[in-house]
Ligand binder design. Structure first.
Ligand code: FAD
Length: 430
């Protein structure tokens, strides 16, 4: 085969990228990324993620140039661009990473309609969806048996960085559009840089400083010592398989959760829209409560801290995600889809499978085997932010309140409370 196209999607890296390695076996290659109008015009186009994506593409282009190649960037319909470039270069094949979202499956079906050899390669998860399956059924519905099978599943070898990327002649690489051509915001002010280099930097720093104590501190809200690699995993700037090799037991468990949600979403593509296990919930349509939750003005400090972290950083600590999601669906009884839409609009790591899977889990409509469990915001606050430092970091009105008292501002003397300018709680939790 003379020329191959590699279509990058959510695998924006040169290390451990099996699709790239496969395409580079051809004499010439067209490393392609298409800014897909169907995505940029839809809900996946959260401004924070578009910015992160552009960083990642800039970085990928730099890495491919170092290997003697380039990143060809186009905008529009990826299938049409693959067809056009195949025609122009005489390419006979296209390689891409396996992605089992409903959107990606439609794209793959359309690619298969082209007169090209289409090959699909692992790399988005540690174990591909469908890589393990129960004797009865197409996917695991419960995490623990999934995890056991996941542990036993064979792993592919880590793919080497290609020695050279020789781009087919006559192809204009095209410019990377400026951010404001793709989105007008709003953006979170405090976000990390995207891309493989930044992701590896974060990984190395985390392995050095925090990995050894991960199991002890992962739920400590103020410590903030989880890896924060989720946006890099979301865009494939770091390889989940490489991470698995580098990290310890507790962290591997989190990667198994990620794979678990991906195999659920692959089998149940309606996951972001429909209850996975309908339980006849009746949701409140309380716009004011929903707005207060979104803005971080519910008057419940641990909830408001999480919601404000989300806006400020495009990220929220996992424990805070659980607390805020539980508060919305259990205390306010607002539909999980409303919460999902708001998370999706701001999260750098926002991903159909992980976001919807976790929302449904918390709401009790998903894969939790104890769907009635409720997280008490106050108990969670005393357990995971005992000194109140997480709240003070994100809710400046409460910064003057010392220690754990910050979690119950309504117990402060009336005058002091008013001076803080922090709202009273919208639900009585005591
Ligand atoms: P670490 O603790 O360092 O974990 C390492 C990696 O494991 C993460 O980067 C992530 O890829 C994976 N992981 C950890 N926990 C989970 C989990 N419960 N489900 C799936 N993967 C996990 N994660 C996303 O990547 N995208 C989302 O859109 C998303 N939405 C969520 C919504 C809700 C309501 C909840 C409760 C959780 C959600 N999560 C989501 C899972 C989890 O909160 C984040 O992955 C984690 O907080 C990212 O921080 P970290 O990289 O520091 O995690």
């Amino acid at each position: 085969m003379d020329t191959s196209i590699v279509l990058f999607t959510r695998d924006l890296r040169v290390r451990d990228n099996p699709a790239l390695v496969h395409a580079c076996r051809a004499a010439r290659v067209v490393p392609l990324f298409v800014l897909d109008d169907a995505i940029l015009g839809g809900r996946s186009a959260a401004p924070n993620r578009v910015r992160f994506l552009l960083d990642a593409l800039r970085c990928l282009r730099g890495s491919l140039r170092e290997l003697g190649g380039d990143l060809v960037v186009r905008r529009g319909d990826p299938v049409a661009h693959v067809a056009e470039l195949a025609e122009r270069t005489g390419a006979g094949a296209v390689a891409l990473a396996e992605d089992r979202s409903a959107f990606a499956m439609r794209r793959l079906a359309a690619l298969r309609g082209l007169p090209l050899e289409v090959s699909v390669h692992p790399g988005v998860t540690v174990v591909p969806p469908g890589g393990v399956a129960p004797a009865s059924g197409d996917h695991y519905r419960v995490f623990t048996p999934y995890r056991r099978a996941w542990e036993r599943a064979p792993r592919r070898p880590v793919a080497p960085v290609p020695e050279a990327v020789r781009v087919a002649p006559g192809v204009d690489a095209g410019p990377l559009p400026p951010l404001d051509a793709l989105t007008s915001g709003p953006f979170s002010p405090d976000v990390p840089e995207g891309g493989e280099r930044a992701g590896r930097g974060r990984l190395e720093a985390w392995l050095r400083r925090d990995a050894a104590v991960y199991d002890d501190v992962r739920d400590d809200l103020a410590a903030d010592r989880t890896s924060r690699l989720s946006p890099y995993l979301r865009f494939g700037c770091v390889s989940p398989l490489e991470l698995e090799h580098a990290a310890g037991e507790g962290f591997r468990r989190q990667l198994a959760w990620r794979d678990f949600h991906h195999q659920v979403a692959a089998a149940f593509p309606e996951l972001p829209r429909r209850d996975y296990r309908p339980r006849g919930h009746r949701w409140n349509r309380d716009r004011d409560a929903l707005d207060a939750w979104r803005e971080g003005t519910t008057g419940v400090p641990i909830v408001d801290a999480g919601m404000r972290q989300l806006r400020r950083e495009g990220f929220m600590h996992n424990r805070a995600r659980m607390i805020t999601a539980s508060f919305l669906t259990r205390n306010l009884r607002v539909d999980w889809r409303e919460g999902l839409a708001h998370f999706d609009a701001w999260l750098l790591d926002g991903d159909v499978a992980d976001d919807a899977g976790n929302w449904q889990w918390v709401a009790g409509t998903g894969n939790d085997t104890r769907p009635n469990r409720t997280l008490s915001p106050l108990r969670q606050a005393s357990r995971f932010d005992p000194d109140g430092d997480y709240v003070r970091a994100y809710v400046p009105e409460l910064a003057p309140v010392a220690g754990g008292d910050v979690h119950r501002p309504w117990r402060l003397p009336e005058e002091r409370r008013r001076a803080l300018g922090y709202p009273p709680p919208i639900v009585d939790l005591e």
